[in-house]
Structure formats: structure tokens, C-alpha cells
Design a protein around this ligand. Structure first.
Ligand code: SAM
Length: 280
């Protein structure tokens, strides 16, 4: 569990643990991480069971993912709300090449490899996240089909798509890559990130990512794209994807929205995570 605003004290966590165990019929210790600025008052902090802090493994279909309930980073090693996106990839991946952008711990890439993808490139600039991806690939015995590219996604993506790299200053180094197509591109960007190769801005400028991602697709390929921003309405984002694809000369044959699972209810009917499979 994670709290971001008000911390939970040990008594509240213990009550939640009893309720969760009763409802699930399991004996699972909770690890509660408070990520907010205000810590719980001294002496009331929840102290997790030491065994619960060890590394565990979880399974999604046949895919094995290493999990740590508490680690240096803020996000869990596997984003559970992307489960249906990974299921769609497993459905499509056999015999295909996959470009997994903003790969984080490579959950989507490893799922695709386990489902029979011939080659998976996982691109992220965070070495610690890619290290978890490598571990997951080894656990699933698919490491030989996975490549882990530690880089800003923008120059990698633009080169793969045959577009010039944009950078702040001609001396900023970057990994040189030949253009090449992929059958599947996973585009799962953060809301906002500024770097030497441009800005990722999912609200104001999804096109900067979407255009090269579509151009990096092989004929008949598909892009699995996401948008996590609650204020962006699904219909507006779908329209943007369609317009961007038409403008890039890769009009969409089909846009299939992939809804999140029922265990991520949205109380206003507008789930923050939107996932769309775009076929060209
Ligand atoms: C929302 S997470 C992606 C989740 C991931 N697709 C998954 O399935 O678990 C965002 C990731 O983007 C990475 N990132 C952000 N900006 C980046 C950039 N310009 N180039 C490469 N990686 C970037 C972060 O390091 C982080 O791992």
C-alpha cells in the first residue's frame, strides 16, 4: 500500500491487513509506504514484517515478475493497471519484433518476449529500472531475445523512424542507431519530462512521441499507446491519435481502446489510464 497525503498509523494498517486477509482468505502481510512530506507522528509508524520486505515474485498469466514492496524508487516495480495492455501484447507478440519505449522495469517487454516475440528492445534512461527488467527477462528465460537500451527515448525513437535527432547543443552525445521498423511499438510515456533531446508532454504535445512511434512501425504493425493524465478525455486523445497518424502518412486502420480491469474502478467513468491499440 502507498499513501501520498495523510499517513496511516500502525493501528490503521493492522486493521486494513485484517480486513484484506479476511476478504481474500489469505495470510498476507501489508507493507505500507508513505510517500508524502508529513511523516506519521513518532511512535505510531507501521513497521512491516521483515519477510514481507524481501524480494518476491508475482505471476501474471505465465509471466514471472520480481517484486519488492519497498525499494528506493516511488513506483511499484509492476504497474498493475496496465495488466490489460500486457494481455493484449501477449495476444499479438508471437513472431513479432517489439519496441518498448519508456520501458521502466520492462514489464510490457518481458510479457511480449514470454509470449513469443522474436526481439524486444526496452528503452529507458533509468539504469536501475532496466536492471529490474534484465532480472525479469532472466527469470523468464527470455534474456537472449531482449535488448536493454539505456538512453533517452527521443533520440532512439527519432533515429529508428528515420527522423533527425533534435538536441540542445551539438555536443550532447547520443547513441547512434540505424533506422529499422518494429511490428509492435509500446508507447507508455510519463506525463512530463524535460531533457536534452526535447520535452515529453503528454497533455500539450503527444504528437512529438506519436509521430515517430508510428513511423517506426512496419507495414501492418500496431502501436499500443497510453495516456495516464486524468484531465485528458479518452475521446479527445483518440481523436488526436487519429489526426496525428493521418498527418504522419500512417492513417489508422483501427483504434481499439483497451479498458482497464474492473479492479481499477473509476468513480466518474473516466479512468485516468487510457490505453489504445492503433493499427496502421
Ligand atoms: C510511466 S513509467 C513507464 C512504465 C512502463 N511502461 C511499464 O510498463 O511499467 C515512465 C518511465 O519513463 C522513463 N522516462 C521518462 N522520460 C524518459 C525519456 N525522455 N527517455 C527515456 N526514459 C524516460 C522513466 O525512467 C520511467 O521508467
Amino acid at each position: 500500500m502507498q499513501t501520498f497525503r495523510a499517513p496511516l498509523d500502525a493501528t490503521a494498517v493492522a486493521a486494513l491487513q485484517r480486513a484484506a486477509n479476511r476478504e481474500l482468505g489469505l495470510d498476507l502481510p501489508i507493507v505500507c509506504n508513505h510517500r508524502g512530506k508529513q511523516p506519521p507522528p513518532a511512535g505510531t509508524e507501521h513497521v512491516p514484517d521483515a519477510a514481507a520486505l524481501a524480494e518476491h515474485e508475482c505471476r501474471e498469466a505465465a509471466v514471472r515478475f520480481p517484486i519488492r514492496a519497498r525499494h528506493r524508487g516511488q513506483d511499484p516495480w509492476l504497474f498493475l493497471d496496465l495488466r490489460n495492455g500486457r494481455a493484449k501484447l501477449r495476444e499479438l507478440a508471437r513472431g513479432r519484433s517489439v519496441l518498448n519505449l519508456f520501458a521502466y522495469t520492462c514489464g510490457a517487454g518481458v510479457a511480449a518476449a514470454v509470449a513469443g516475440a522474436t526481439l524486444v528492445w526496452n528503452v529507458d534512461f533509468a539504469p536501475s529500472a532496466l536492471a529490474v527488467g534484465r532480472l525479469a527477462a532472466r527469470r523468464n528465460e527470455v534474456a537472449s531475445r531482449c535488448r536493454f537500451v539505456r538512453s533517452d527515448c527521443l533520440p532512439v525513437l527519432r533515429q529508428l523512424a528515420g527522423m533527425p535527432v533534435q538536441r540542445r547543443g551539438s555536443r550532447v552525445p547520443f547513441l547512434r542507431i540505424e533506422p529499422r521498423p518494429f511490428d509492435l511499438v509500446v508507447l507508455d510515456p510519463p506525463r512530463f519530462a524535460k531533457g536534452a533531446f526535447g520535452t515529453v508532454d503528454v497533455v500539450r504535445d503527444y504528437q512529438t512521441l506519436c509521430k515517430p512511434a508510428l513511423l517506426a512501425l512496419a507495414p501492418g504493425g500496431a502501436m499500443l499507446a497510453t495516456n495516464h493524465v486524468p484531465e485528458v478525455a479518452a475521446a479527445d486523445w483518440h481523436e488526436l491519435l487519429r489526426r496525428c497518424a493521418a498527418k504522419a502518412g500512417r492513417p489508422l486502420r483501427e483504434l481499439e481502446p483497451i479498458p482497464v480491469d474492473g479492479d481499477f474502478p473509476s468513480f466518474d467513468g473516466r479512468p485516468p489510464l487510457k490505453v489504445a491499440l492503433c493499427r496502421v
